[in-house]
Design a protein around this ligand. Sequence first.
Ligand code: CMP
Length: 147
Amino acid sequence: MTTPQEITWIWNFFRKVDMFSALSILEMGELIDRIKKIHYKKGETIVKQGKMGDSFFILYKGKVKATLKKGIFSHIDLGELGPEQFFGEMALILEQPRSATVTALEDTDCFVILKNEFQYLVRKNPVFSKIVSDTSEERAFEINQKS
Ligand code: CMP
């Protein structure tokens, strides 16, 4: 359930960040209608390395950590993300399993965009496409270096 306050937050976020700047007001409204808010408890796994993915996440509240499996029992920290940052783009852009595990470091709320909506944004909006592709490349580079 998305509250009016949350809708205002998404609306302001979409208008403020370059990523969504090419969307018309109508398209922003349609996207907001379809976006889902999901709550994750502290310690919960949001995406798991190696699994297929169909969602893209924008952090609304809270903090998450991305980690990479190293051997059977250990892992490497890739980085922490907080409000207004995104994750889950790599599996969707590269059409590959999740590259890392993302875990909630505290109670966290994310706005989730499903794959077909994400792909529409990539096709429709070159700025969105460039930002998610550049970020994905930087993260893939870091993963390769640390693997
Ligand atoms: P994806 O591969 O779909 O699922 C795991 C996600 O972890 C990945 O997309 C990125 O969004 C995120 N991720 C990967 N590497 C990093 C990193 N170095 N810092 C922050 N997030 C990352």
